[in-house]
Design a protein around this ligand. Structure first.
Ligand SMILES: [Fe+2]
Length: 355
């Protein structure tokens, strides 16, 4: 074949394979949409039961919880179908997604709550902090335990699952316990700080097991996708604004010391981007990792807001990342020149000793 013909053939094949990919992606999407529709109908009562557990929360927060659960169910189905899950695996995954945050609004067990009150003082900031953090950190374990009770034989039969009951309960409860993961960004910081306090009080420290098995990994990937999305980045920025200004101020000062003018909002945004990247790195399956990368790329194109109504800072990801690159370049140049100087000094000393 002449080289021009060969080139044309390659171009045609490329166009064709792009088209095939597009058709396949659309097919996958519509199958996943259909499954989402069916799951929402089949498990509608369970979805409502979970939503009713969030009653008593401020409206906005409750809406966010319900929207998050629906996003996780949707992404879980997409990922599970991509990975060729069987019907029973898909059902176990859907139940895990629906139930994974069921206890997130529950109050603390009475015994530990009393101990926190006694140690820190009921009206203290420290008590409010540890109460909120502890609740967040144990919700995977408590939801996992509760899922075992909800998924009775009777419930499973009623919801068109006719065999493998023990196995399904085991897979669901494990996936929920493991959705806490090895804690990217903010959660890692909260876990470490809370465990230190628990240790000082002689209490059992909290352990978050790693995701093992197909269903666990897909549920975790769906949760991590949510953290890496535009919505997840907004959430981290708002947590930084409300609870972590001291840390961001420290970062701003470190940048300033190197001559880089970073704002508080940009420090919060960089921390959110770091959490998103860590979330992606927690997933070992390459295909799922790519999906999260795609989500991060989309989220990077969005402008974010930091602060409150009267004083809002508009944030641009590329601008903040450029400042981070500048800062890291300066730090590494300084480290290099310090290393060069030390080496020179060592040579000088050796020369002096030889003379
Ligand atoms: Fe959760």
């Amino acid at each position: 074949m002449k080289s021009m013909e060969r080139e044309q053939k390659i171009i045609i094949e490329k166009d064709f394979s792009e088209e095939v990919n597009e058709v396949r992606e659309n097919q996958e999407k519509s199958l996943a949409e259909k499954e989402m529709q069916e799951a929402s109908e089949l498990f509608g009562d369970l979805i409502n039961q979970v939503s009713s557990r969030y009653e008593g929360m401020p409206d906005k927060m409750r809406e966010n919880f319900i929207a998050h659960n629906s996003d996780i169910l949707k992404s879980s189905i997409e990922f599970g179908m991509k990975k060729g899950f069987s019907d029973n695996e898909l059902k176990a995954l859907e139940l895990s997604a629906i139930l994974h945050d069921v206890t997130k609004n529950d109050s603390l067990p009475e015994v530990i709550d009393q101990k926190f009150k006694k140690t820190f003082g009921e009206d203290s900031f420290e008590y409010k902090r540890i109460e909120a953090d502890y609740r967040l950190l144990i919700h995977g374990k408590t939801a996992s335990q509760e899922s075992m009770e909800i998924l009775s034989d009777e419930f499973l039969v009623k919801h068109s699952i006719i065999d493998d009951f023990e196995n399904i309960r085991e897979i669901v409860s494990r996936a929920i316990a493991e959705h806490m993961g090895p804690n990217p960004g903010y959660m890692g910081f909260v876990l470490e700080a809370t465990n230190k306090k628990l240790k000082d009080m002689g209490e059992t420290e909290i352990v978050h097991p790693r995701a093992r098995g197909k269903v666990s990994e897909v549920l975790l990937a769906a949760d991590m996708k949510s953290l890496a999305s535009e919505h997840g980045i907004c959430k981290v920025i708002s947590i930084r604004y409300n609870f972590n200004q001291a840390q961001d101020r420290k970062v701003v000062q470190e940048y300033k010391d190197k001559g880089v003018n970073l704002t508080m909002g940009e420090a919060a945004l960089l921390s959110a981007i770091e959490s998103a990247n860590q979330a992606r790195d927690m997933i070992s399956d390459l295909e799922l990792k790519m999906e999260i990368s795609k989500t991060i790329n989309e989220a990077m194109g969005v402008e974010y807001k930091y602060g409150e109504e009267d004083k809002i800072e508009i944030l641009n990801c590329e601008k903040a990342l450029q400042k981070q690159r500048d800062y890291l370049r300066i730090v590494s140049q300084e480290e290099q020149s310090k290393k060069d100087e030390d080496e020179l000094e060592e040579v000088r000393t050796r020369l002096r000793e030889a003379a």
